[in-house]
Every structure is written in C-alpha cells, then in structure tokens.
Ligand binder design. Sequence first.
Ligand SMILES: Nc1nc2c(c(=O)[nH]1)N[C@H]1C(S)=C(S)[C@@H](COP(=O)(O)O)O[C@H]1N2
Ligand SMILES: [Mo]
Length: 426
Amino acid sequence: MSDSSTKSGASRRAFLKGAAATGAALGAAGAARAEGDPLITEVQDWASGFGDGVDATPYGLPIEFEDDVVRRTVEWLTADTISSINFTPIHALDGTITPQGCAFERHHSGAITLKKEDYRLMINGLVDTPLVFSYADLERFPRVTRTFFLECAANTGMEWAGAQLNGAQYTHGMIHNMEYTGVTLRTLLEEAGLDAAGDLAGKWVYVEGADASSNGRSIPIEKALDDCLVAFKANGEALRMEHGYPVRLVVPGWEGNMWVKWLRRIEVMDKPVESREETSKYTDTLEDGTSRKWTWTMDAKSIITSPSPQMPITHGKGPLVITGLAWSGNGAITAVDVSLDGGVTWQEARLTEPGKPMALSRFYLDIDWDGSEMFLQSRAMDDSGYVQPTKTQLREVRGLNSIYHNNGIQTWHVNANGEANNVEVS
Ligand SMILES: Nc1nc2c(c(=O)[nH]1)N[C@H]1C(S)=C(S)[C@@H](COP(=O)(O)O)O[C@H]1N2
Ligand SMILES: [Mo]
C-alpha cells in the first residue's frame, strides 16, 4: 500500500521530460493538419451570416452536439422508474462541479412538485419552542455557501462480486458535487432553542421529506450542529425539482440517503428512530450475516473518468490525458496516485487545486502513451491518512454480502486500440 516510488525525484524528472516531448509532438501534428484544410482556407456558413440573437433561448440548454451527455439508468436494476436511480455522466464531464441537469437522481417515491408558497419546515420534539418556517422565513436567516459531494451509499454496489457494469457512469455515477447556498441547520435548531433537550450527548434529530416515502433518517445531534445545511440553491440557482426543490438537507461527507429532499420536518429526539432507511436498507451485511449499522461516512474513493469504457482513446499513441475524480467524506483529498499496470507501480497525479473537505477533487496525469495495453487504476488519500483500499482488502473485512460503501480501487483495461473495459485485478 505504501509504494511511494512516484514521489521520488527520478520519476518527477522523467515526468517533466515526458511533458516536454509531448508538447513538441502536438505542435508538429497541429502544423501538418493546417495545410489544405478547408476549415481553415474556406469561409464557413457560420461566418457568412448572423447567429441567433440574444433571448433565442431564455434559459439555455447544452448545444445539440452534446446530447449524449445525459443521466442514464440501468433498466434491470429496479422494477420501475419511480423508486429508482440514474447515473451522472461523469465520464464526459470535467472540472469538479456537477451541473444540476445531469446530476444523478435517486427517488423512493418519485420527484414531487412542491411550490415555495406551499413549503413548510417544522422543527419539533425536544426544543424550547416548536417552530414552522415558510420558504420566505428561511431566506431571512444568515446565509452560507459551501461545496460538497453527495454520494449514494449504493454507488459501485453492483461491483462487489466482480466487474459488472461497463462505464464509469454506471460504476461510479451515483455522485454529484454542487455549491449549496442555504442556512446552517445549527442556526435553525438554535432558533427553536435546545435547552429543552438538556445534555446534548446522545441526542438525535430525525429528518423527513414531504414526498410519500418521507425517507426519514436519524442523525446524531453533533453532526446536525456541526456542518449540516438547509439548502435552497445549488450551483447558484434554485434546486431542481429532482434534487429537492425548494429545500433539501445537506449532510457533508455522509451517505446520500441522509440528504433529505423536500425537507419538511426535523424532530429533536433522545434516541434514533431506526427507520426502514437505516435498518433494512443502508446497513452493511457482513460475511457472518450480521449487519453493520450507522455507517454514515463515505470513505475516500477515486475513479478514472477518462479513458474509461465510454471514453476510449481515439487518437492513437502519444500524448494522453488521464483524468478522474477523488473524494473523501472524512476530509480533504491530499493526493491521488495512478497506476498504468494494475497497481504494480504508481505515479502521483496532479490535483487541480488543494483538496476541499468533503468535495470532489479533479486529478490529471499527462502521459506519453506507447500504445501498449494498460490496467488503469487510481487510489485516493485523504488528510486523515487513509488510503483507498483494493477490492481484495475491502472484501477481507466486509465479505461478499455487502452492497453499500464499496470504495475499492477500480481497474479499466485499455487495449492497444484504446478501448477500455471494466476488469478486476487482484
Ligand atoms: N425525501 C427524499 N429524500 C431523499 C430521497 C428520497 O427518495 N426522498 N432519496 C435519498 C437518496 S437514497 C439519495 S442517494 C439522495 C439522492 O439525491 P439526488 O436525487 O439529488 O441525487 O437523496 C436522498 N434524499
Ligand atoms: Mo442513496
């Protein structure tokens, strides 16, 4: 696990040399293409007239050529689309922010239409004054804006027994990363007053949504007071209906199921409810048949988004950008290593910026691909010192009965034609 050859000066120098050679090769290829290219020498349609005026599209959508960058579902996974899931097209995105329009959806009883005017949020239970807030009330509390990932605990769950789904979108696409604006849950709980709760140790909040499933979950009060948000904006605009319009709970670093959408009630309690969503579901069954519960945190994980099965290498050998995402519910990503040979040797990738706590990090590794097959892997490290485990290491602890919390290292086999497939090397 602690192979650190990549951090040596020697490999760093090799990388710099590689990068320089890469630049030269690209330059030559660019020059050759310019000669006799009608796209350079002829006046094109788009330069011979006018384009659309402003307001042609009051709220813009992606250009038609990008219409394959969409959420996708796997039909056989669920009986219907009402209690179902789809997947973020992470293979086709870059940077770290997930546009709401293609951020995965998970509903237990469908996405509901709830007007701001009809919105109410109740805080009751062990509080000094039970309160009901309207949407307009929430807008008058001091506001914060923070970026966090949401990962469904079931992300990568189909891969426990072996490589199954062929694409980063399907294996790792139950994740999104948005900049949320709202009010801290602490602000609202303090508004209701927590003296009635007495000693807060061992106290809980029970949160539920306005949809038919209600998706009720118990959260320890320490977490509720620490960093949870009652959010009404994502990426600068109103939450989309499918993400909980007009208000959702944000529970940084913890499994997506706790991020209650269409948030309608928060009850302060002296014990957890042990609801369906935290007993029969979202617990981790071990080899001996017993189940771990309260496994809230999403441990450090990473995925190479390109190349990947949906993103084959189409340009042949030479300069190749390997890129992916890394995240940790325990803190900030400090480093991501990439292996081209199934975990035998590792190189440290570049992070676009220092990792932010409980938010996605983007990494790049620029290589000069010699056209030979690769077994691509990435492994994430976070500021708690945790290193993303191999699938074998994970199974040693968890057995084969689990679905949730699979953060094992993923392998893509890339053949000489640049096609990638989901495989396992152990
Ligand atoms: N009210 C309500 N909240 C909910 C759900 C739901 O069905 N109803 N699904 C949960 C689950 S399992 C996940 S993974 C996340 C998904 O959030 P998203 O649809 O915005 O991606 O919402 C959670 N919050
Ligand atoms: Mo979920």
